[in-house]
Design a protein around this ligand. Structure first.
Ligand code: IPE
Ligand code: IPE
Ligand code: MG
Length: 247
């Protein structure tokens, strides 16, 4: 993409990675006296719009919280709806993602999903791996605590096999084993629906993310509000613990 093609909104190259906690589907449906499943379906439409918009304005990486490890505690009916939606989206959207030069990465404990979903997910990741545009990360059955624990497990295995020394374990090695290894740090974390919490989404990765909370329910969120969040991000003074006048 040439610089003229890029929308002016994301001119600050410091914004490389946006993560979103897509919350409020249930309340959106409830307000309209519709079943929760309708809220989740409408939520998928918002995902389509936001992915398209991020690709258009040149955001390099977008990580979406689709399903938390704790969401397994919901009724089997709702979990079933969410799993089925995941399956349908994988079947229907992979080609479109490919047409738009989008890469896909799915993070989370995939073992709870059916063999069909696991196969579709890994086939989609493989098919899209050579694309060079937006990297879309979908967090499914993901938990920030799970991510830290699985990284620790991999590192402990390397140490027990003698491939690394315990003394070598540092932040860099740890980071290489987290689910988002290799991607730029999350610059901006957005949560919709008015809840001001992280709900076990990315923990390690948001150490210095800027946070943006909006009352808008996810099915009502759209490109305009994403642009607002990006503008707000560009007005932040990111110090990373240092003092500006000493930089
Ligand atoms: C977010 O919407 C989607 C998932 C958590 C899967 P919710 O289903 O949490 O919607 P609310 O919070 O009940 O409105
Ligand atoms: C967080 O939302 C998970 C996703 C958006 C996928 P929840 O609705 O599950 O979070 P809580 O229960 O309100 O903290
Ligand atoms: Mg919720």
């Amino acid at each position: 993409m040439s610089s003229e093609d890029q929308a002016p909104l994301n001119t600050n190259s410091a914004l490389k990675h946006i993560a979103i906690i897509m919350d409020g589907n249930g309340r959106w449906a409830k307000a309209k006296h519709l079943p929760r499943a309708h809220g989740h379906q409408k939520g998928v439409q918002t995902v389509r719009e936001i992915v398209k918009h991020c690709a258009k304005i040149g955001v390099g990486n977008l990580t979406l919280f689709a399903f938390s490890s704790e969401n397994m505690k919901r009724s089997s009916e709702e979990v079933g709806v969410l799993f089925k939606l995941f399956l349908t989206v994988l079947k229907q959207e992979t080609k479109k993602l490919n047409d738009n030069n989008i890469r896909l990465k799915i993070i989370g404990d995939m073992s709870v999903f059916s063999a069909e979903i696991q196969a579709l997910a890994s086939d989609a990741e493989k098919l899209l791996s050579h694309n060079t545009g937006l990297t879309l990360v979908i967090a499914a059955n993901y938990g920030g605590q799970w991510d830290i624990a699985q990284a620790a497990k991999k590192i402990a295995t390397l140490a027990s096999e003698g491939q690394i020394q315990v003394d070598d374990i540092d932040i860099d090695i740890f980071e290489k084993h987290t689910a988002l290894a290799g991607l730029p740090k999350v610059d901006l974390l957005i949560r919709t629906s008015g809840e001001i919490r992280i709900s076990n989404f990315l923990l390690w990765d948001i150490a210095y993310s800027e946070l943006f909370f909006t009352n808008t329910l996810w099915p009502d969120f759209g490109p305009d509000e994403l642009d607002e969040a990006i503008l707000d991000f560009h007005s932040r003074d990111r110090r990373f613990g240092a003092r500006k006048d000493e930089n």
